[in-house]
Ligand binder design. Structure first.
Ligand SMILES: Nc1ncnc2c1ncn2[C@@H]1O[C@H](COP(=O)(O)OP(=O)(O)OP(=O)(O)O)[C@@H](O)[C@H]1O
Ligand SMILES: Nc1ccn([C@@H]2O[C@H](COP(=O)(O)O)[C@@H](O)[C@H]2O)c(=O)n1
Length: 286
């Protein structure tokens, strides 16, 4: 037998195995039609138990490759071996990896996005910026999108139902075990709603501490065409940060979960403090 034939046989064997996995996931899912999984539209994911989304993620990724099948499942369905990520802390199941979430907080312009980009480059985690998701949503032209556009321009915090739906959808799509959630939770409403809805508690909170004067200078120098990078809105955002977001950092600090970073340094120096914190988490990843 030639090397080429042997290779072809291996490819066919792998394809057969993958197909049978898709069939068993889909079959189990279709037999328990209590929760829609693949249709992870924001309105639906709002009511979706996250213990189920772990199966949904696995089913969705397999189904995406195989066919545009719509699958359903109940949390009682035994997790298939292929289920890689359990998106619920509460609903952890043996054999499935636990979702690890890091909240990334800090004032506007403290360098959250810059540091997250470095972490993604080195560790390949999923980076979800609440602000980026909202900015994309405001282009939808829907009533919600228009409301988001106006609130961002005013430096106000968008209602949690909108932001959490976008985060849930993106987490499911991203399909990674380790997630950086940047710029969220911004207030008590964000925090409580996210916890109640997903059962997820962060591994820790990265807090980028930076003086306002430094942040102001950085934001005024940022040339990204953002509607909120003007001095009037920047001042409003600073006020909202102090009044609504600092209490969230204090909340997690009281639980011993905050890792405070001096962000008023060169990006590389900041990163030198950030990377070991995330590197330490890597050893727990499955
Ligand atoms: N350590 C740093 N030193 C100097 N400039 C920085 C540093 N970190 C980021 N910047 C610059 O400051 C600006 C804001 O950074 P970045 O977008 O990362 O902040 P952010 O906290 O994500 O802001 P926002 O909350 O407004 O989205 C960018 O132009 C970025 O290039
Ligand atoms: N949880 C959040 C996050 C952001 N917003 C709105 O988006 C604006 C920009 O956010 P950045 O993180 O990119 O600075 C912010 O000022 C809010 O208007 C939000 O409402 N909720």
């Amino acid at each position: 037998m030639t090397v080429r034939t042997r290779l072809l046989q291996q490819v066919f064997r792998s394809l057969r195995q993958a197909t049978s996995r898709v069939e068993s996931v889909s079959k189990a899912a279709l037999e328990h039609p209590t929760v829609t999984l693949v249709a992870c539209a924001p309105q639906q994911s709002k009511r979706m138990p996250w213990s189920c989304l772990g199966y949904g993620f696995a089913a969705a990724s397999l189904v995406t490759v195989a066919s545009p099948l719509e699958a359903s499942c109940s949390p009682a369905v035994a997790a298939p071996q292929t289920a890689g990520v359990d998106l619920s802390n509460a609903g952890m199941t043996a054999g499935k990896a636990k979702l690890q979430v890091i909240f990334v907080l800090g004032g506007p312009g403290s360098g959250k996005g810059t540091q997250c980009a470095k972490l993604v480059q080195e560790f390949g985690l999923l980076h979800l910026s609440a602000g980026d998701l909202l900015r994309a949503h405001m282009k939808s032209g829907t009533p919600d999108g228009n409301m988001v556009a106006e609130m961002i321009k005013q430096g106000q915090i968008v209602p949690s139902r909108v932001t959490i739906s976008l985060l849930e959808e993106a987490m499911l799509k991203g399909g990674k075990q380790q997630v950086l959630i940047d710029g969220f939770p911004r207030n008590e409403e964000n925090r409580a709603a996210f916890e109640a809805q997903t059962g997820i508690e962060p591994e820790f909170v990265l807090f980028f501490n930076c003086p306002e004067a430094v942040m102001e200078k950085r934001l005024l120098g940022r040339q990204e065409g953002r509607t909120d990078d003007n001095i009037e809105t920047i001042r409003k955002r600073f006020k909202v940060f102090m009044e609504s977001s600092m209490p969230i950092i204090n909340f997690y600090d009281a639980k011993g979960r905050v890792r405070k970073i001096d962000a008023d340094r060169d990006p590389e120096d900041v990163y030198a403090d950030v990377r070991p914190l995330v590197e330490a988490l890597q050893s727990f990843a499955v």
